[in-house]
Design a binder for this molecule. Structure first.
Ligand code: XUL
Length: 505
């Protein structure tokens, strides 16, 4: 029997990745990553983003160019793309791409330079829409009403408030916008060469989808911008096939019959790529953002409005808390003290849990949880010139915040599955384990976002397999670190002190 291969892609904030899986051998047979800043310097991004204060965008053409380069590279390396039966992808959530009337034609001809009604796309790091959040919240009847309707309070980075800001600031360009896509649906449009629907999972991060009925929420659309319903594609389940791949990708050797699926958001994809198709285990993604999530069977929103309820790829729900000051905050801390990763880790191991009472609130950028719009570092019993203590204080704050704000999920995890770039780092995972008093495991395949996409492609291709059967063999956990009782006790005592410092701010 010829191998049955599935391709998973991931368009994250900083890079585009691919993994190819052999479904029967339960193996990843190829992996590749293109870093935007390094490979595509002509877009002049920093870590994949274009920043102007709290306005953070990315150029969508960079993602298209990266996709093309990725296929070119795979063709050159003789990756057996001709045996790919289906493919899908995941993308950073919430970001929106604005397209004019030539989008459908541009896709068919695979000429995309002229298809944008707005040259750049606001992404999840953008924190410039507080006014619009308030307007939409009020128009919908307050926070409780928005939460119940869409699964989340209004958030600066969510697509609805971003669309509203664009409509208010550039009404002419908004009028010229015929289609609004998410990063995920934009990428699945390119691969299939036709306008893609939005999947329920990524649709949940827009403040525009009725989270129970899984359809556009009329009142939310009305509160956001005029004629929005005509600009949005349909919402569909995450295993929906958009079509065969566009012939453009066939020239790189891709199977012309390969099924091209709708893409989803990176967090829903990670949930699947970690094998979390049942309740009881928590996933922690330590990437550009740090996220904390789990699968949930029944409807439950965060009464404080800090966290989110999304639809998971399996059609269940997932809970999610997102922290903006994740891996990039660690990078900025390393830059501040001029230390490489090895030295950063040494500093973590040379200092002791609890850090002698020192605390840091590390908001290098505006933070999502807790909501802090003005960046800044705030220290308690901590000298700025003490590099080791500052490095430990950063990671302790990240993990304490994760625990403090997870209460609404009622998850009480026995185990945490860690993924994302920083999850290779044992001293950081040790603090995660100690703060949560939980064993932390890694999954065989570290790139859970792209793996989740490949597994979703397999699920759609087979049709009759259960989600559990699809993930089995790819998502087996490997023990990483166990909590140390002495440190657990210290962090239990430290949590109220941290909470008080955070709420004082
Ligand atoms: C989730 C969120 C981030 C992005 C970044 O709500 O904003 O995790 O998806 O990848």
């Amino acid at each position: 029997m010829r191998e049955r291969l599935f391709l998973g892609l991931d368009c994250s904030t900083q890079s585009l990745s691919a993994i190819l899986i052999d479904f029967d051998a339960k193996k990843v047979i190829y992996e590749k990553q293109l870093i935007f800043e390094k490979e595509f310097p002509h877009y002049e991004t920093k870590s994949g983003t274009l920043r102007n204060g709290n306005v953070v965008h990315s150029p969508p053409l960079m993602w298209v160019e990266a996709l093309d380069q990725l296929f070119q590279a795979m063709a050159k390396e003789k990756v057996p793309l001709d045996r790919v039966l289906a493919l899908s992808g995941s993308a950073q959530q919430h970001g929106s791409v604005y397209l004019n009337e030539s989008f459908a034609k541009g896709l068919a001809a695979m000429r995309l330079e002229g298809v944008f009604s707005r040259p750049t796309a606001p992404i999840w790091m953008d924190a410039s829409t507080s006014g619009e959040c308030e307007e939409i919240r009020q128009a919908m009847g307050g926070m409780g009403a928005v939460l119940e309707a869409t699964g989340s309070n209004t958030f600066e980075r969510f697509t609805g408030p971003q669309i509203r800001k664009f409509y208010k600031e550039e009404p002419g360009l908004y009028a010229k916008t015929k289609h609004v896509a998410l990063v995920s649906s934009f990428m699945s449009s390119v691969l299939a060469g036709k306008i893609s629907p939005i999947d329920y999972g990524d649709g949940s991060g827009m403040n525009l989808m009725d989270i129970r009925k899984k359809e556009w929420h009329a009142k939310a659309l009305e509160a956001t911008a005029p004629n929005l319903a005509e600009k949005l594609p349909p919402l569909v389940p995450s295993a929906t096939v958009v079509g065969p791949v566009h012939p453009h990708f066939v020239q790189y050797g891709l199977n012309p019959k390969a099924l091209s699926l709708v893409w989803t958001g990176d967090n829903p994809s990670s949930l699947l790529g970690l094998g979390l198709v049942e309740e009881g285990i928590v996933g922690v993604s330590l990437g550009t953002s740090f996220t904390y999530f789990g699968c949930l069977r029944s409807f439950h929103v965060d009464p404080k409005g800090e966290g989110h309820l999304f639809v998971s790829p399996t059609g269940d729900y997932m809970t999610l808390n997102c922290f903006l000051n994740g891996a990039l905050a660690i990078q900025k801390m390393r830059e501040k003290y001029g230390v490489d990763w090895a030295t950063f880790n040494q500093m973590l191991t040379a200092t002791t849990p609890g850090n002698g009472g020192a605390l840091l609130l590390p908001y290098f950028d505006a933070e999502i949880i807790p909501k802090v719009l003005k960046p800044g570092l705030h220290r308690l019993q901590l000298r700025e010139d003490d590099a080791p203590a500052n490095c430990r204080a950063l990671v302790e704050a990240q993990m304490l915040s994760m625990r403090l704000h997870a209460g609404w999920m009622h998850l009480k995890p026995q185990r945490i599955y860690a993924t994302g770039g920083v999850s290779h780092n044992d001293p950081i995972l040790q603090i995660l384990a100690d703060v949560h008093n939980c064993e932390v495991m890694r999954i065989q395949v570290p790139k859970s976002t792209a793996l989740g996409a490949a597994l979703r492609a397999a699920y759609a291709y087979f049709g009759k397999m259960s989600w559990k059967e699809v993930v089995t063999g790819f998502t087996e956990p490997i023990p990483a670190v166990r909590p140390e009782p002495r440190a657990v006790k210290i962090y239990n005592e430290m949590l109220p002190k941290y909470a008080a410092f955070e709420s004082k701010l």
